[in-house]
Every structure is written in C-alpha cells, then in structure tokens.
Design a protein around this ligand. Structure first.
Ligand code: B12
Ligand code: SF4
Ligand code: SF4
Length: 237
C-alpha cells in the first residue's frame, strides 16, 4: 500500500507540536551538503529542517513559565530550547540543532532566507514584513523525511525605507558602511551612557518602524540584553 502521508502533512503535524509547546513554527529548509547538517546515526541523510523560534511575542511566555527560567543556573534559554525542541524532534524520529551551537555556527539566517524568504536588513538581522526585526530562532528540527518546499523571497521593507533610521540610531555609531562594530557596541553597553540600551534594548533595532506592535515586552528585552552582554563579553574579550 502506498504511504499516503505527504511532506506537507508531516510538516503540519510537526508545526502543530511546536505551536502546542508555545513556540512559533517557522519555515522549512531542504537540506543539502552545503548546510553542514550531519547524517543520522543510522546513515540516513538529513533531508529537511523545520525552523523553530519566536515571532513577535510568541515563544516568550512558554520560556518565562519554564523551570529553567527560575533555577538560577547558567544559560536558561539555551537549556530550555534544548529540552523542549529536542523532545519534539525525538517524538518525530528526528533530532534538533541550535543557533547557539558552535563555532562553527549553524547558518540560521541563511536558512531563514530560504525557509521564509527573509531578507537581511542593513543591521544584519533578518527582517520580516509583518514582525520586522522582532523575531529569532531557538532551534531547528531535522528530519530524514521531506517536509515540503522552501519559500519564495519576501519583498524586503528595507527597499522602500528611504531614511533608514536603524543605521543612525545607535548612540555608539556601531553601524557604518563597513558593518557592525562589535567592540564599539560592547564598550558603550558597559559604560554609564549605555543605560538605555541595557534596559530598553538595542536602539538600532528599536528604531525600525516595521512591526512595532510585535516589539518584545520589557521583561523579554531585558533578559535578552543581559544574555547578549554576557555573550559579547565571552566572544569579544
Ligand atoms: C555570532 C552572532 C552574533 C555576534 C555577531 C558578531 C559579528 N561580528 O557580527 C554578536 C554576539 C555580536 C551578535 C549580536 C547580535 N545578535 Co547575533 N548571532 C550570532 C550567531 C550565534 C551566529 C551568526 C553566524 O556567524 N552565523 C554563521 C553564518 C555562516 O551563518 P549565516 O546564516 O549564513 O550568516 C549570514 C548572516 O549572518 C548574514 N549577515 C551577517 N551579518 C550581516 C550583515 C549584513 C549587513 C548583511 C546584509 C548580512 C549579514 O550573512 C551571513 C552569510 O550568509 C547567530 C545565530 C546563528 N547560528 O545564526 C545569532 C543571531 C544572528 N543573532 C541574533 C540577534 C537577535 C542578535 C542581537 C540583536 C542580540 C541578541 N541576541 O538579542 C545582536 C545584534 C546587534 C545588532 N544591533 O545588530 C539573531 C538574529 C535574529 C534575526 N532577526 O535575524 C540570531 C539569528 C540568533 C537567534 N537565536 O535568533 N550576534
Ligand atoms: S529601519 Fe528601514 S532599513 Fe532599517 S531595518 Fe527597518 S525597514 Fe530596514
Ligand atoms: S546595543 Fe546599543 S550600542 Fe550596541 S548596537 Fe545596539 S544601540 Fe548600538
């Protein structure tokens, strides 16, 4: 008898499990050799990945209510992501990979371009027409089965954004034609003057007019900024 389960059926069931865990199912990538995702232990190649993340405020509440958020141990968000996304992947015979693995890092932004058609903003963050810069990735569920097609490119809101306020909003001048000056950002963030970035989040990200109503809530912003500062101190000191 023919298997009547289609790739899109599989994707829908997987996406429903992700949504039931309080996270946002994102798009799907068809994996190839350039994606660097290892085969399964039994030799089956990694065929596809469903990206999982937050989209606007979707995702935060599930983490905020988790034991990891309150246990006082390091890296609560990463540990929560591993537990929750790993369990969904295992239940579907797959496995999970994460944006915080590496280096070498998994190419989540390149995957987002293929999975959801997202373009890069001048800040280097991927931008979505609806939620703007207010989204991120917590993991990807890798399967040996096809999960359906990738997305067509979305029109980037940046193309019609003449004034590009994101590029001039950083008080440390960290964005220029040559890219993002991580050392300037870190120095400013740790200075007395960096208080607003520390409490209200990155001024450059906040300056974008797209998707304002999806801006993360204050607790989420403060948590992420603390984690970001810790990672900056680790990666650039
Ligand atoms: C290393 C890293 C950093 C470093 C950056 C070092 C540097 N010199 O740029 C630091 C620690 C400074 C950093 C900062 C931030 N990061 Co960061 N970071 C990463 C990480 C872990 C790896 C990126 C990487 O090297 N990938 C490897 C390459 C091979 O993958 P790739 O997808 O092909 O990379 C492409 C894009 O990165 C793109 N790209 C990168 N920079 C730029 C710049 C421009 C102008 C363009 C056009 C494209 C572009 O080109 C690459 C090649 O195709 C990713 C997670 C991940 N695994 O992707 C998060 C990630 C990119 N970061 C993210 C975020 C949100 C941030 C911060 C806002 C802080 C935060 N975590 O809240 C700030 C950004 C500050 C700012 N104002 O822009 C998000 C982005 C989500 C989104 N909307 O796109 C990611 C995806 C993490 C996540 N879990 O969602 N980050
Ligand atoms: S402010 Fe304009 S150029 Fe910058 S990310 Fe937003 S839409 Fe794109
Ligand atoms: S966190 Fe502050 S200093 Fe760093 S890039 Fe954003 S606005 Fe600039």
């Amino acid at each position: 008898m023919r298997d009547s389960v289609t790739p899109n059926d599989r994707r829908a069931v997987l996406a429903a499990a992700v949504a039931a865990a309080g996270l946002a199912p994102r798009g799907v990538v068809r994996l190839g050799p350039d994606d660097g995702v290892e085969a399964f232990a039994d030799g089956r190649p990694a065929a596809a990945a469903l990206l999982v993340g937050w989209r606007g405020r979707i995702g935060w509440d599930a983490f905020a209510a988790s034991p990891e958020r309150r246990d006082g141990r390091p890296d609560p968000l990463d540990r929560w992501s591993v537990r929750v996304i790993g369990a969904i992947a295992a239940a579907f015979g797959g496995r999970a990979v994460f944006p915080f693995e590496g280096p070498p890092h998994r190419p989540f932004q390149r995957w987002a371009a293929r999975a959801e058609g997202l373009a890069s903003s001048p800040l280097g963050l991927s931008i979505d027409g609806e939620v703007g810069l207010w989204h991120g990735f917590r993991g990807a569920i890798v399967t040996a089965e096809d999960l359906g097609g990738e997305a067509s490119p979305q029109a980037s809101p940046c193309e019609t954004c003449a004034s590009r306020p994101c590029l001039s909003a950083c008080p440390a001048g960290a964005f220029s034609a040559t890219g993002y000056d991580v050392a300037a950002c870190r120095g400013f963030l740790e200075s007395h003057a960096g208080g607003l970035c520390r409490t209200d989040g990155c001024r450059a990200r906040d300056a974008c007019p797209v998707g304002r109503r999806h801006r993360y809530g204050p607790e989420q912003i403060r948590f992420l900024m603390r984690a970001f500062r810790a990672s900056l101190l680790e990666t650039t000191s």
